[in-house]
Ligand binder design. Sequence first.
Ligand SMILES: Cc1cc2nc3c(=O)[nH]c(=O)nc-3n(C[C@H](O)[C@H](O)[C@H](O)COP(=O)(O)O)c2cc1C
Length: 186
Amino acid sequence: MKTNLKPTTCLAPVPAVMVTCGDEIENNIITLAWVGTVNSEPPIVSISVRYSRYSLPLIERTGEFTVNLVNQNLLRAMDICGVVSGKTQDKFALTGLTRIKGVQVKCPYIGESPVALECKVVRRTDFGTHAVLFGEIVNVIADEEYVKDGKLNLPNGLLVAYQNGNYTATGETLGTYAFTAKDIRK
Ligand SMILES: Cc1cc2nc3c(=O)[nH]c(=O)nc-3n(C[C@H](O)[C@H](O)[C@H](O)COP(=O)(O)O)c2cc1C
């Protein structure tokens, strides 16, 4: 038996990230789970930000943001940045995360994050509750241990996922890309 439910967003698990925004003088960290991959050439990601967030005007002002990927060591900091607003607190001070000057963008990135994607906003689309900002990735800053032959090589299980109010581990490999190819009749 199937049942029909009220329409709702229930696409999960998804990677949860910390997005940094602002400039050298005023900056902030916001935790986001509504983040997506949009385009390959040029590389574009999307972030969905509720209108009430302190971060939204900061992103709007510079036209830039940085997506900091989150590993298990950053779990507590990510949770804090998802429940406290930059309106009232400096989340770098609160979490002890290291604020590092951006390379290609004005906003700082998080030193402890294994990978930071520096983005410039190329488009914005407004919906009822959230603004969706599309950011072209203009620079990727990675810990050297995660780079192999000049390419990003993140181990399975490094990142944290978010699902239905839970932070979950990733990492059990169930198959590899195109593992069915040998079985498909041409
Ligand atoms: C795991 C997690 C995921 C979240 N995802 C989003 C999101 O995708 N979009 C959003 O607007 N807020 C999201 N939030 C809520 C914001 O992070 C939270 O309201 C934060 O305090 C806003 O910070 P700001 O006011 O400093 O910008 C999420 C929070 C958590 C804990």
